[in-house]
Design a protein around this ligand. Structure first.
Ligand code: FAD
Ligand code: NAD
Length: 475
């Protein structure tokens, strides 16, 4: 069997590439070892976690509304119903992908793929159906095999009490005491879900702060809320060992003062992810991997093998679904001899906690590390009518600007709905917008989007709702 394009992996990188290529008239086969399409993001990542975070948000709002004069009784949690809803969301979207593949004539193969050489993959069936053929030759291949949770050997206890993100999303039960190892994206998102469902959550983070990649002033309002929600947040602390003891897990925690043992009912290990590049037969091709296992690609997603490209988590950080999708489209453009502007500077990041944190472009901390002269303008959400109306004034909108050109280099947000608001920031950076252009764009009132224009006005010294005397600008 021969295919013009073979895509290995049916996640957001893989299906975006397969669909784009099919739309351009290419003959495409998409191989995924799972029974359903959607990859980690849809089946065990982005979507199920957001379905559960939405429930967590509803519980929180019901509780908070007591302060606004509306009291609800304590929630009664039906875990089975929650699981069913989450699965329904997944199956609806996954079935949609299957339909879209069918209508586009993309051949979907449920198999594990491995390169036999630079134009052949070997297939091993993973579903119930046997395969027509166990080899597939191709003109081009796109590797979109994603990533998997890193679970250090000392945490591999083969017990349902020690979970990775998939285990936590399965929602088998709500443990009374949950230890979360890692204060990154997954630790804080899933920690929020379990805390709202009733677990006493302890987060242990190895570095000096939560979400090490984000600016500290954005993390601060989140950390304050999480300190109230979680039983404990332990920074500069490592979990050095885990041991099962009956129905409990004993964890040894190490900080500057030494070691101490604590007991939990379950543990979520969320200390990062690593690329799925092993056991792919890459050694039979000219594609190379780096020391962390990422497939090495250039800005067009090409590997060192002229027939093979790679996209998404397997092709490098940040490991985010929208980055995978964009790269899938860039790869197909490359194969077709076109080029799409690849602008990694504006890949947005969103942490879907409560409040959400979102940023794109240059962060203020990164500018400092680079010794780059930037100016930062901050709009406190306490000045926003909308933030006051919904009782969530802890937010902050900030712009990182080039003082010579007034160009916006980076945008950071913390607050309710920050993940939606950041899209305007991405466009601003993509279009090299200046502070005046954002300030002169009419934003609807009353919305939190006004805080973006407000931050630009603060930079220009002309803010309406915030009094900040004009600072001398360079030009
Ligand atoms: P994947 O989605 O991982 O898909 C790869 C597919 O390839 C998988 O189905 C895998 O089974 C298959 N595969 C692997 N090897 C083979 C093989 N040899 N043969 C056949 N098939 C193979 N990102 C966001 O942007 N926003 C979020 O809110 C978000 N939330 C997340 C929450 C969690 C809990 C997790 C774990 C991740 C989250 N992510 C989020 C990250 C996101 O899931 C990944 O960035 C995204 O899935 C990467 O897409 P991909 O196409 O590269 O790979
Ligand atoms: P992460 O890199 O976001 O966070 C891991 C955290 O664990 C870091 O803060 C790190 O310092 C800490 N850590 C590492 N080893 C430790 C140890 N031994 N003890 C204590 N702390 C330790 O990784 P993650 O939360 O596992 O998520 C993996 C990736 O998945 C993310 O980086 C992101 O790319 C993606 N993701 C994205 C979203 C989103 O976009 N909203 C949500 C979930 C996951």
């Amino acid at each position: 069997m021969h295919s013009e394009l073979v895509v290995i992996g049916g996640g957001p990188g893989g299906y975006a590439a397969a669909f784009r290529a099919a739309d351009a008239g290419m003959q495409v086969a998409m191989i995924d070892q799972r029974a359903q399409l959607g990859g980690e993001c849809l089946l065990q990542g982005c979507i199920p976690s957001k379905a559960l975070l939405h429930v967590a948000r509803v519980i929180a709002e019901a509780e908070e509304s007591a302060d606004w004069g509306v009291e609800f009784a304590s929630p009664v949690i039906d875990l089975e119903k929650m699981r069913q809803r989450k699965e329904k969301v997944i199956s609806t979207l996954s079935a949609g992908l299957k339909q879209l593949a069918k209508r586009r004539g993309v051949k979907v193969i449920a198999a594990r793929a491995k390169f036999a050489d630079s134009n052949t993959v070997e297939l091993k069936a993973t579903g119930d159906e046997s395969l027509d053929e166990d080899r597939l030759t191709f003109d081009h291949a796109i590797i979109a095999t994603g990533s998997r949770a890193t679970v250090p050997p000392m945490f591999q206890l083969e017990s349902p009490r020690v979970m990775d993100s998939s285990g936590a999303l399965a929602l088998a039960e709500v443990p009374s005491r949950l230890l979360v190892v890692g204060g990154g994206y997954i630790g804080l998102e899933m920690g929020t879900v379990y805390a709202r469902l009733g677990s006493h959550v302890t987060v242990v983070e190895m570095t000096g702060g939560l979400l090490p990649g984000a600016d500290r002033d954005l993390v601060k309002p989140l950390q304050k809320r999480l300190q109230a929600l979680f039983a404990e947040i332990m920074l500069e602390t490592k979990v050095t060992s885990l041991a099962l003891d009956g129905d409990e897990v004993e964890a040894v925690l190490e900080d500057v003062e030494g070691e101490n043992a604590q007991r939990f009912d379950a543990v979520l290990v969320a200390v990062g992810r690593r690329p799925n590049s092993a056991d792919l037969g890459l050694e039979k091709t000219d594609a190379q991997i780096d020391e962390r296992g990422f497939v090495i690609v250039d800005e067009h997603q090409s590997t060192a093998d002229p027939r093979i490209l790679a996209v998404g988590d397997v092709a490098g950080e940040p490991m985010l679904a929208h980055k995978a999708t964009h790269e899938g489209k860039v790869a197909v453009a490359m194969i077709r001899g076109e080029t799409i502007a690849q602008s990694p500077a504006s890949v947005p990041a969103v942490v879907f906690t409560d409040p959400e944190i979102a940023w794109t472009g240059l962060t203020a901390d990164e500018a400092k590390r680079q010794g780059r002269d930037v100016r930062v303008a901050q709009y406190p959400w306490a000045a926003s009518g909308r933030a006051q109306a919904i009782g969530r004034t802890e937010g902050l909108t900030k712009l990182v600007l080039d003082p010579d050109t007034d160009q916006v280099l980076g945008i950071g947000l913390v607050g309710v709905g920050a993940g939606e608001l950041i899209a305007e920031g991405v466009l601003a950076i993509e279009r090299s917008a200046t502070a005046s252009e954002i300030a002169h764009t009419i934003h609807p009132h009353p919305t939190m989007s006004e805080t973006l224009a407000g931050a630009a006005e603060i930079y220009l010294g002309v803010a309406t709702e915030v009094y900040r005397p004009r600072r001398e600008r360079k030009k």
